[in-house]
Design a binder for this molecule. Sequence first.
Ligand code: SF4
Length: 321
Amino acid sequence: MTLIEEPKPLRHPEKAHRPDNEVKRKPDWIRVKAPTSAGYAETRELMRGLNLKTVCEEASCPNIGECWAQKHATFMIMGETCTRACAFCNVATGKPQALDALEPFRVAQAIAKLGLAHVVITSVDRDDLDDGGAGHFARVIAETRRVNPVTTIEILTPDFKQRAGAAATIATARPDVFNHNLETVPRLYASVRPGARYFTSLHLLASVKEHDPSIFTKSGIMVGLGETREEVLQVMDDLRAADVDFLTVGQYLQPTPKHLSVDRFLPPEEFQGLEAAARAKGFLMVSASPLTRSSYHAGDDFARLRTAREAQLARALLAQA
Ligand code: SF4
């Protein structure tokens, strides 16, 4: 008997009919080693065993070998199918499945098994849900905290379908860090992030901080998509005006020929220049390098963020004395 295999669903059906874009050769400073460590294999096994998804795999993150060797994985909740179709992102797009009510428990258990001091939890966009998924994030935070009371929690969220109540739902759940990426400069939104609005994303960041100023806020952009330095400096000013604490800047890498081409690879010195500019604008923390990603070294960076805030408060008290 001949078995006929079902064709695999396309990861990006909306891009399949488009012509391929040019794939530029990566410069030496971008190259990373293939993941081979025992820690990497263990993390992979655990994720498979608990049927959990990570953005590390789904987005083909170049840092997976390094992060997973140290059991640093970024959980991706609410399924593996995104309802948006951003031109830079390798997460599969299409019609998502129903929410899994047991997911908060499985995430909390996995965090306990990995023994994480700091966890990063992200998700696909869920524009099919009335609240864009804000309530599910809140349930995952609550269960994570119940099972892992000393683990600090960082969430990296979509814009929750631009719903007005989402910021309050998230702030009430009290993650330690609220991260929402602007991804690029406003001029490029129509081609890079067509389903999103720059000022709505900024407003979400500002709103979470207004609801609870003790929550650290964080945002990131990719560079190498055709933006100018002046535009990046303007994004920094906008984020400071929204009282965002932590900025990440990393090189855009093209996941497949169907995704946007890299406009240019910025050399490491240019990232250092951007980091210096961002620090001068008053961010508590800045991470800018070719391989910087939102969740790269997030645990260590969280410790530095806390120290930076304490130092800032101490300086303010001294100035008042
Ligand atoms: S940088 Fe973030 S997304 Fe990439 S492998 Fe590390 S934890 Fe995963």
